[in-house]
Each structure stands twice: as structure tokens, then as C-alpha cells.
Design a protein around this ligand. Structure first.
Ligand SMILES: [Zn+2]
Length: 334
């Protein structure tokens, strides 16, 4: 599975797309919410992707189901905490959990600031009690528009000292093209926040280029749109911009036709700083060990490539040099 001498990291996991099935049922029961089924196995097809999704619209009810149980700040705290517990169960040493405060606040009219504070409380509790290191990334959703994103940026900046290390610009690229967010990204970086951007997901390589050159992305989530554009891949290589990849999510959402067609091995070959992650494990019905298995068994990666991927994750993490050294140190035999 993992190489035992290299820290295990997941840099791209949406905690608001990772609610346990048991927790969905439990919160629904507590708060008198309707559910399409009341048994874990019966609920599974309603919450998780069971076959390849051709039309993303078919999948929106799954995200809505998770959103529905974000009833109050306690529920948000619990969901964040359970994500951290799951990371421990998966043998992860360091995880970056991202979430969109506006999405989590939306259904039950919560305050995005309160949602973020609740997630940060779980992070603080985990820092003191769980054997996993973690950081948080606040997502600005392109399709909520630049104004809503200003609110989310304010929320992120306000929680810098409580685990929030960066922001992510995500969502449908056509509905919120990058140029609308240049100021947001600049402000975030001036405030000392790191920057990752979902790009090349809904549009082609130009949005990846723009994320790097105009917005200053240090890492790109998804990046599939760059797979046929050598000049964009060269740009990522020259600037050591990392790719946060997640093969199963890409296959499930038909971003690539199969595991065998995934560009990850080619990216590795070109020397790109590509990393392996889980995206929305609660929706995909997977965990990080599953992705490592897929890389070996479906995508044919060998020992050296697996080690390189694992090392890339550590290198691309939004950690200080000191924190990164600490992560390596913890892996060395005493
Ligand atoms: Zn994502």
C-alpha cells in the first residue's frame, strides 16, 4: 500500500463531500429530516456514485443530501471531526481538508463565519487528540459570484490562526471565469494564505494557464484540461506548480473514459509535481488506500512511481519548511 518511510498525505479532500452514511442517518433522525432510505445499504445508492456519471446533474441530489444534514454548527463540527478521524483510519499522516462555507451554510441559513468557526473547533480538538496533522482550505465558489466569494475570503482570513492555511477557487469555470477573481487571489496572498485552484475541470487548458499566470495558483486541482496542451504542462513543470489529481473521481464523473486513459502516469513521466488525493470520498465511496490500489492495479504504476507520487504529496503540501521537516522526522525510525 503506502511506502512506510514516506509520509502519507491527502491534499485534496472536500469535507463537505465526505459525510459518513451513518452520520447522514443519525443527523436526519435527530432533526426530523426526510431521507430516501433509513438503512445504510439502502441509502448508499442515494448518496454515493455507484456507476459512471455521464450527466453531472444526476449527481447533484447526492451533494444536496450531504448539505441537508448540515443543520447547525454542531453538525458542521461533527462532520469535520469525523473527516479527521477517517484520515487516521486511512493511515494518513497529513491531510488538507477543504470546504465551502457558503455551501455548508446554504440550506439551513447558517452564517458562513459560524460554519468556519465550527470546522476550526474540530481542527483544534483533533490537533490535541488525534494522531494526524491537518490544515484547512476555504473554498470560494466561482458560481456563487465575486461578491459571495469576498465574504468567503473574509471568513478565510479571519481564521488564519485556527488551521486555515489557504483558499481554493472552485466551481463551474464558465459561470465564474478567472478574471473576476484576480483581486480575491491577490488579497488572499497578501494575507499570507496559500492558493490552489480547481482548473481545467469544466474548460480547457487556457483556464489552467490563467490560474497560474494571472491568479498565481501554487497548485491546480483537477487539471485534466491540460492533458493535451504541452505548453501548459511545461508551464506547470517550470514553475513547480503541483497537480492535485484524483483518478476515481475523474473516472466516475466521466472526465476521462477509464483509469487506463488517465493522464497521471504521463504527468509523472514529464516530471510534473503530481499528487494523488481523494476529492469527495463520501460521494465516491472510496478512501486513500483505494486510490493507491487503483494506481497499481488499474493504472500499472510501479514501485518507483508510487514512491515519487507519495513524496510529491509531501513536497506540495501547504506546510512551512519546519512543519514539512517534522512530518519526515516522524517517519524515521527512532
Ligand atoms: Zn475538488
Amino acid at each position: 500500500m503506502y511506502h512506510p518511510d514516506i509520509p502519507v498525505v491527502d491534499l485534496h479532500r472536500h469535507l463537505d463531500g465526505s459525510v459518513r452514511l451513518e452520520t447522514l442517518l443519525d443527523l436526519a433522525r435527530q432533526h426530523g429530516l426526510e431521507m430516501p432510505a433509513w438503512d445504510v445499504e439502502d441509502l448508499r445508492p442515494h448518496a454515493q456514485v455507484m456507476t459512471t456519471v455521464i450527466d453531472l446533474k444526476n449527481c447533484l441530489p447526492k451533494f444536496a443530501l450531504m448539505q441537508k444534514v448540515m443543520v447547525d454548527y454542531d453538525a458542521c463540527r461533527r462532520i469535520a471531526w469525523e473527516n479527521l478521524e477517517d484520515a487516521v483510519r486511512e493511515g494518513i499522516d497529513y491531510i488538507e481538508l477543504r470546504f465551502n462555507p457558503g455551501f455548508m451554510a446554504e440550506v439551513h441559513k447558517l452564517d458562513p463565519m459560524g460554519v468556519t468557526a465550527a470546522v476550526c473547533e474540530a481542527w483544534e480538538e483533533a490537533r490535541d487528540h488525534l494522531p494526524v496533522k491537518a490544515k484547512l482550505i476555504v473554498i470560494l465558489s466561482r458560481h456563487y459570484g465575486p461578491e459571495a466569494c469576498q465574504v468567503e475570503l473574509d471568513v478565510a482570513i479571519a481564521h488564519r490562526d485556527r488551521g486555515v492555511v489557504g483558499i481554493d477557487l472552485a466551481g463551474v469555470e464558465e459561470m465564474g471565469p478567472g478574471h473576476l477573481f484576480i483581486d480575491h487571489c491577490r488579497r488572499a496572498q497578501e494575507a499570507g494564505l496559500r492558493l490552489t485552484i480547481h482548473a481545467g475541470e469544466w474548460s480547457g487548458p487556457e483556464s489552467v494557464r490563467q490560474a497560474v499566470l494571472e491568479l498565481g495558483a501554487e497548485r491546480i486541482g483537477h487539471a485534466i484540461g491540460a492533458k493535451d496542451a504541452p505548453s501548459v504542462m511545461d508551464l506547470l513543470a517550470e514553475r513547480s506548480v503541483a497537480i492535485e489529481s484524483y483518478p476515481t473521481s475523474n473516472v466516475q464523473f466521466s472526465m476521462v473514459p477509464s483509469y487506463q486513459a488517465h493522464p497521471l502516469p504521463m504527468w509523472l513521466d514529464r516530471g510534473l509535481l503530481v499528487t494523488v488525493n481523494t476529492d469527495d470520498p463520501g460521494i465516491s465511496g472510496i478512501d486513500l488506500p483505494h486510490e493507491y490500489r487503483v494506481l497499481r492495479e488499474e493504472m500499472g504504476l510501479g514501485e518507483d512511481e508510487m514512491r515519487q507520487l507519495q513524496r510529491n504529496g509531501v513536497e506540495a503540501a501547504f506546510l512551512t519548511d519546519e512543519e514539512r521537516a517534522g512530518l519526515w522526522q516522524a517517519k524515521r525510525p527512532q
